[in-house]
Design a binder for this molecule. Structure first.
Ligand code: ZN
Length: 272
């Protein structure tokens, strides 16, 4: 069932849970996530990383996501993850996303506001809600952790850009953690209260359950899972070894691995 980003996050608000956003880049992952949503009855977000929109990949994967959403009885959205610039946002809109992230978080505040505002204007023209990022969420390999999202800046960013969801830096990172992260829950809650926006947590892979629970209580409504979904898929591939030749049959195991992973994360977020 088609639901745009704003509508699907509102379901999380109403029910006090977060929507899982799964990064998919092939058919098996799309089908695995779809099966997980069916099994749990949970709303889900299918998202594609920005890189896929820079080559023909997105035009193959996007129709599969549309088909999964069409078949699903649960609410589902199709989202651009980490949109890098306006041309990429336009390509994503053309492929039918109904949620867009524009990530200008590495730029100075004024520039971030300007680029994000422009993306919101364009997306508003076709009714697509936008997620912005303030406070840069880096990678686990970064030498130094970025500064956490500032409260005053968050309030201003929300007002001046008109975003529908806000990705923040409160202690997570992209990739597989060496040491479990400790999230700044009071800051998360304060940003939520000052902006009134659903908060998005990037780097959801490997955040301990108790931290997730507290973050959701504080206003997190979307949690992104990329790293651990890729690991689940590849573990499924490795488990098959060279047992099976027909590729469709071979791929049943990686698909099941993605499904099991997605079911587990859906449960952890309280979404199903
Ligand atoms: Zn991210």
């Amino acid at each position: 069932m088609v639901c745009d980003l704003k509508e699907i996050l509102a379901l999380g608000d109403a029910g006090g849970f977060a929507i899982p956003a799964f990064n998919v880049c092939n058919m098996e992952a799309v089908v695995g996530v779809m099966q997980a949503a069916t099994e749990t009855g949970a709303p889900v977000i299918f998202q594609m990383y920005s890189r896929l929109f820079d080559n023909p990949d997105a035009s193959f994967v996007a129709p599969m996501i549309h088909e999964a959403i069409r078949q699903l009885k649960t609410p589902a959205a199709f989202h651009l993850d980490h949109g890098a610039d306006i041309p990429q946002v336009l390509r994503a809109l053309r492929l039918g996303v109904n949620g867009v992230m524009i990530d200008a978080s590495a730029l100075p505040l004024e520039e971030n506001i300007r680029v994000t505002r422009r993306a919101v204007e364009l997306c508003e023209a076709c009714g697509v809600p936008v997620e912005g990022e303030l406070g840069h969420v880096g990678g686990v390999r970064d030498e130094k952790m970025s500064d956490f999202t500032d409260l005053e800046e968050a309030e201003r960013f929300a007002k001046e850009t008109g975003v529908s969801a806000l990705a923040v830096m409160v202690g997570t990172a992209h990739g597989r953690y060496k040491k479990a992260p400790v999230l700044d829950i009071p800051r998360t809650r304060a940003i939520r209260e000052r902006t009134g926006l659903p908060i998005v947590l990037h780097g959801g892979s490997g955040v301990p359950d108790e931290q997730l629970r507290l973050a959701i209580e504080a206003g997190v409504r979307k949690v992104n899972f990329a790293t651990d979904l890729y690991y689940a898929f590849l573990d499924g591939v490795r488990a098959m070894g060279d047992q099976v030749l027909p590729v469709d049959l071979f791929m049943r195991e990686p698909t099941r691995a993605v499904k099991d992973f997605a079911v587990d994360r859906i449960r952890r977020l309280g979404a199903g």
